[in-house]
Design a protein around this ligand. Structure first.
Ligand code: 6LW
Length: 515
């Protein structure tokens, strides 16, 4: 069966393409590094991560203090033996693309695209081999809508005028974005998202006989939305889709959606889901029979080809990320041991020293929370100075953490709840107040096992396997914390010169059965 979410955890804005019998998918990663994970499947059911498109600092300048900055929606396409990934770095170079012969990498240096505005770029090659680009208009400059134009990939620039292709199905549609173009039965189909990436999110479609339009909306729009299912429906925010056709002609759609946990809380942010599409007629019908994204679907008629499981205790595995583009001296990740050094005290309650954007990650190394019921633990050595510990981080410093420090009285372990008020995305607490509550404090040994476990919104903070504090985790939901990302569990150090070693990481998770 196809189980949703297809990619559980913070994997928003999915884009998919097929090359022969292989499927490839990418998602957005904002201020986490490496950026844009590349996934591979041979049956749409089982997925393995091959690598990242942006795994070198020079490809990905980031400002880690703005966690929902960085890399927005990517698109992956394949043409003439070359893979293309085009995206937007809103913290720096704008719209750019990278290429690779092998999707596992290495991917090229960034090609910044001159003359392209907006976000959510996508490429389309017409039958004559010419390449076109589509993206959102810059809404500060123009009416909200999506544009299309020719692109010269030899000169990395838009050629001719950017034509406003479509403004969306709804009158004064919110956030028309995520455009992709497909060629079918003599038509150019333009798929977009509108309504914004929260509760009103929807997928709509238009078509034209001419690539540059004018595009005419499908009278049956939206072709997919959950906005009419109410705020209690367990899968919400459905939108930002991409379509892929199998060799046997069947169509599927991947899209982002959020799972509600213990009420209207989206702790894991926006995840990747899949649905079958009936495009035997003029217009695609998504999830025929129900018209909404289901937890389970029959698998496509493809040989099932699973992959070996990922070693949970391997700090070099591809699921690990730093917050921001790391400076080499701030972390050393080996198979079963991780050393983190912090360039600064990034957890201070109220006064992050105003500084130029530190190029290093501030001392966080984590992986996504992927289950509504999970347990994660690691053993660490108490740092000589500063703090080291384990953290469940949403964004803007909305986090739960178990930290270890050395004091005059010896090694102290502390369970902390930090909730930021005001604009949640910026990490600089100087501008926005935050509440930091010490939930528990106690003596610890120089080597201590710390962890966080959750079942729904009941979050337990652990020291040496024992629960030392219980906290409601609903403040970690992205709808409360804000921003475009999702919760990470990870190791951290904080405090100029703080250094700690971590080993024996374990993450286990389970989901309630559906269907
Ligand atoms: C993405 C755009 C969006 O680029 O949010 O709200 C941006 N919709 O499609 C980040 O996910």
């Amino acid at each position: 069966m196809l189980h949703n979410p297809l990619l559980p955890g913070f994997y928003p804005d999915p884009s998919i393409c097929r090359v022969g019998g292989d499927f490839y998918m990418v998602t957005s990663t904002f201020s986490y590094f490496p950026g844009v994970p590349v996934f591979h499947s041979r049956d749409l059911v089982h997925w393995e991560q091959l690598g990242h498109c942006l795994d070198r600092p020079e490809q990905l300048p980031l400002d880690w203090r703005y966690m929902s900055g960085g890399v927005y929606a990517p698109t992956i396409r394949h043409h003439d033996g070359l893979f293309y990934m085009v995206t937007t770095n809103v913290s720096g170079m704008g719209n750019f693309y990278v290429t690779a012969e092998d999707p596992a990498g290495p991917w090229s240096e960034p090609h910044v695209i001159r003359g392209a505005e907006g976000i959510d770029p996508s490429f389309f090659w017409d039958e004559d081999g010419r390449c076109y680009m589509t993206a959102t208009t810059d809404w500060a400059e123009h009416d909200p809508g999506v544009w299309v134009a020719g692109i010269d990939l030899a000169r990395d620039c838009i050629v001719g005028e950017r034509v406003l292709a479509w403004k969306g199905a709804m009158v004064n549609a919110w956030s028309p974005e995520a455009p992709h173009i497909y060629r079918k039965d003599g038509w150019y189909y333009l798929l977009i998202a509108e309504g914004g990436t929260e509760d009103y999110h929807a997928v709509t479609i238009a078509r034209s006989r001419s690539l540059l339009g004018p595009y005419e909306g499908y009278p049956g729009n939206p072709i997919l939305t959950h906005r009419h299912l109410g705020l209690d429906y367990p899968i919400c925010n459905v939108g930002h889709a991409d379509l892929v056709q199998l060799e046997d002609g069947a169509w599927y759609m991947v899209a982002l959606a959020s799972r509600l946990i213990g009420g209207y809380h989206k702790n894991m942010g926006r995840e990747t889901f899949i649905a079958p599409v009936d495009w035997s007629g003029e217009w695609p019908v998504v999830s025929p029979g129900t018209g909404r994204v289901e937890w389970l679907y029959p698998a496509p008629a493809l040989p099932q080809r699973p992959f070996p499981p990922v070693d949970q205790d391997d700090f070099t595995a591809l699921c690990w990320n730093t917050l921001g583009t790391p400076a080499p001296e701030t972390f050393v990740a080996r198979r079963h041991a991780l050393t983190l050094r912090s360039p600064l005290d990034w957890l201070v309650p109220d006064d992050l020293p105003r500084m130029p954007v530190p190029n290093g990650c501030p001392g966080f190394y984590g992986r996504r929370q992927q289950h509504s019921a999970f347990a994660a633990e690691v053993t660490l050595t108490a740092p000589e100075s500063g703090e080291a510990g384990f953290m469940l981080l949403q964004n803007g410093f909305n986090h739960l953490r178990v930290g270890v420090t050395r004091t005059a009285q010896g090694v102290v372990a502390r369970a902390v709840r930090s909730e930021k008020c005001g604009k949640p995305d910026y990490l600089n607490p100087r501008e926005y107040p935050r509440h930091v509550d010490v939930l528990w404090e106690g003596a610890a040994e120089a080597e201590v096992r710390v962890g966080i476990a959750a079942c729904g919104q009941a979050h337990r903070l652990l020291v040496n396997g024992a629960e030392v504090a219980l906290a409601d985790g609903s403040f970690l939901g992205s709808e409360t914390a804000g921003g475009f990302i999702g919760a990470y569990v990870g190791c951290y150090v904080s405090g100029a010169g703080a250094e700690a070693t971590f080993r024996d990481f374990r993450y286990t998770g389970e989901e309630e059965a559906h269907g």
